[in-house]
Every structure is written in C-alpha cells, then in structure tokens.
Design a binder for this molecule. Sequence first.
Ligand code: FES
Ligand code: FES
Length: 144
Amino acid sequence: MISLNVNGESLQVDVDPEMPLLWVLRDVLGLTGTKYGCGRELCGACTVLVDGQREYSCVYEAKEAAGRAVTTVEGLSPNRSNPIQKAWIKKQVPQCGYCQSGMIMAAEAKRREGAPGREIANELHNLCVCGTYQRIRQALNTLK
Ligand code: FES
Ligand code: FES
C-alpha cells in the first residue's frame, strides 16, 4: 500500500511501488485528464505537479509520490479560477486537446515560481502535434 495525496484527497493505493504515477492516476484512480504520449520524458503530455514542482508522471514511480501532494489537471481549480486555465479559455487554445492538460500543468509550475507569462511561454517545451503553439503564446502573454 502506498499513501498518496491527490488533489487534496488522502488515499491509499495497492500497486507495485515502481508503477509509473501516470498509470496510478489513470488506471487506478480514474483521473484520465493526464495523458500518455511518449513515455520517455520528451512530450510533457503526462505532466503533473508534485509538491508544486513539474514532474513527468510517465517516469515518476508511485513510491516517489508517497507523502507528497500530487496535483493533476482535475484538481488544479475545479471552478476554473486558475489564471492559466482562464487564459486558455479566453484564447481558445486547444485543438484536439490531447496535449493540453500537460501544457497547462507545465505552465502552472512556472507560474507558481513567479515567472511572468512571456517567460513561461519561452520555457514551455511540451509538444503539441496540432501546433497550437501560437495560441499558447498568446494566452500566456495575457498573464501579468
Ligand atoms: S508521456 Fe511523459 S513525457 Fe511524454
Ligand atoms: S491540441 Fe492536439 S496535440 Fe495539442
């Protein structure tokens, strides 16, 4: 059993300690907002926050998350009050949407570090097959 805190909820999961956190979130907890892309720390589709830091959940083992606060896109702001989410909605960023939860979580990690929108845009290296990069930059530029 591994004790986790996911989106503010304390819970225990009976999984292989080395199972990637991504599969715990998606297959065990049903939090399917976090996506699988490459499985190799390349695309960022699987990005979540662990104690506020950006992590690739495809390679982050479940045991590493024990006792830490995991935040997925579902728990970012259920009322959509988060500035990144609001900017995304304002600029209608997503196309297919597959990469977007990872994009938002990666941007949120930088925002929490105090980075301004323009800097976040410059440092966001997640991949988007649909090519929404221009709208992502526009959305981030609306942030103060
Ligand atoms: S699925 Fe984790 S970085 Fe691509
Ligand atoms: S919106 Fe389709 S992959 Fe990014």
